[in-house]
Design a protein around this ligand. Structure first.
Ligand code: ADP
Ligand code: F6P
Length: 462
């Protein structure tokens, strides 16, 4: 790579994953998850370089240009994939940071791999960043990069944003490597969290566990710089989603979807990565009981649940996949409509246009994670629903609930409560649903991904 970049995003994943088929042919596919959905439009606007892993292990890929910016692939060996990605990132940090809804595992060799890979990301970034460039490091997989990078390149302006929750101090303290992670993050000039509670948890830990002086949201990192910690709730490219959902292709696709589903009177929709934090077991049980009790009629109501395969070799994810298959099978065999199952379950990823088509036709969008940093699906639905007749059912434990207060809020651990709210969302008067949806649309239009990036980067330069 000859030219160095003035702006660099560093994330575990690139926006596209390299897929090698059995016959050796290579294809690129959009990477899963909210981080890529959010940052892609930012990168298209800013230009610069995106440093990240290309999604395949034991393969080296040369840098290339994509959508007006440079893509700098960072390789992972097979062992690193297991220990850094599946292990420390997704079987230690992920459950720990999501309120231990699954049990986090602590292994010293996973930590060693995490340190090695974080150093590799820092080195790749140090190589590509121009003098005095702005570098924006993303998410829990790369918490050591800010400090490592500052040691290599003190001239850089370094930001860090955590897309997932930052846990309460009692949980974080379990981590044998808690001080290293705090110091790693403190290498940044600005650390961003989804909600104010995350920033507060972080600052409390810095006070308890380090010797640095903390003054409100500013940490004076001894002998070095000031690191500020604040909340920057992430959002979506609202206008882009609105336009996509109104396009003739998406309208046509939503009509064929309705046709395939047999033109039901009412559609409930769930859209998630297949992850145990998303509350799928509870949601499907609640919907199943509503069908079983006759409160919902499979003759005129469909529950469409789409789940993108995710982290498929990690034990908890394998268990979840089996549980959901069983649960959906059982409910459908007990309450199936004629020729059409009550739950239409699709275990696959879909192009963004297809997602927009699904959002268009959903009467009730069901977003019920047990814990979620933000949850962009909730915002995508609000942007894509063409009128104000849809209803959003949203977990109190998603970051999005702090902004989307007019959603039908639920506690996903309370099955009866959730069933009541699902029925309320489905049967409320058009006037009440419209009132809520209008407020939600206003919120999602007034706080977009451009605002998020401008606020964060403005403060980072400040
Ligand atoms: P997370 O980052 O934990 O996956 P978010 O709700 O913030 O959760 O973001 C999920 C993103 O992935 C959204 O942009 C959503 O549209 C996309 N997505 C979820 N499920 C699918 C699917 N089955 N096919 C394609 N995209 C999906
Ligand atoms: O938004 C949370 C997040 O974990 C991202 O960091 C990640 O890229 C995405 O979800 C999907 O997960 P994974 O990269 O492990 O497939």
């Amino acid at each position: 790579m000859s030219e160095r970049a003035r702006f660099v995003v560093v994330a575990n994943r690139l926006p596209v994953d390299r897929i090698t088929a059995d016959d050796g042919s290579v294809d690129w596919r959009t990477s899963p998850g909210g981080l890529v959905t959010a940052l892609e439009p930012v990168m298209r606007r800013m230009g610069g370089a995106w440093v990240g892993w290309h999604g395949a292990s034991n393969e080296t890929v040369e840098p290339f240009e994509h959508d007006g910016y440079s893509v700098i692939p960072v390789p992972l060996s097979g062992d690193e994939y297991e220990e850094y990605y599946e292990g420390f990132s997704n079987a230690t940090l992920w459950p720990l940071y999501h309120d231990t809804v699954a049990f986090p595992e602590f292994h010293r060799e996973w930590w060693d791999a995490y340190v090695t890979v974080n150093r590799r990301f820092a080195e790749a970034t140090a190589d590509v960043a121009d003098d005095g460039a702005t570098v924006w490091v993303q998410d829990y997989q790369l918490q050591l990069v800010p400090k490592l990078l500052r040691e290599m390149r003190p001239d850089l302006r370094i930001g860090f944003f955590l897309h997932i929750p930052f846990p309460p101090t009692e949980l974080f303290q379990q981590l044998p490597w808690r001080s290293d992670i705090l110091e790693g993050l403190l290498g940044a000039d600005l650390v961003g969290f989804q909600v104010p509670g995350g920033a507060q948890n972080f600052l409390r830990l810095v006070r308890q566990r380090t010797r640095h002086r903390v003054e409100r949201d500013r940490v004076h990192v001894s002998g070095s710089h000031v690191c500020t910690a604040r909340a920057y709730p992430i959002s979506i490219d609202t206008h882009g989603f609105e336009e996509l959902a109104q396009s003739p292709e998406v309208i046509a696709e939503s009509e064929s979807l309705l046709e395939e589903l047999g033109h039901p009177k009412q559609i409930f929709l769930g859209v998630d990565r297949l992850d145990y934090t998303k509350g799928l077991r509870q949601r499907i049980r609640a919907m199943g009981e509503l069908f079983e009790e006759g409160k919902l009629d499979p003759a005129d109501t469909v529950f469409l649940q789409v789940a993108t395969p995710s982290r498929e070799r990690v034990e908890e994810y394998k268990r979840l996949r089996d549980d959901i298959d069983l649960l959906v099978g059982r409910i459908n065999s007990e309450v199936g409509g004629v020729g059409r199952p009550a739950i239409s379950y699709l275990h696959a990823g879909f192009p963004r246009a297809t997602m927009a088509a699904m959002y268009r036709i959903a009467d009730v969008m069901v977003v019920t994670p047990l814990r979620d940093g933000m949850n962009l699906v909730a915002k995508e639905y609000v942007a894509c629903r063409p009128d104000t007749n849809g209803a959003l059912v949203l977990s109190e434990f998603a970051g999005a609930a702090q902004e989307l207060k007019q959603a039908y809020l639920v506690n996903p651990y309370d099955l009866n409560g959730m069933k009541d709210v699902l029925m309320q969302a489905a049967t409320d008067s058009p006037r009440e649903r419209q009132r809520r949806m209008r407020a939600l649309k206003k919120q999602v239009r007034g706080s977009t991904i451009e605002h998020w990036a401008d606020n964060f980067l403005g403060d980072l330069q400040g």
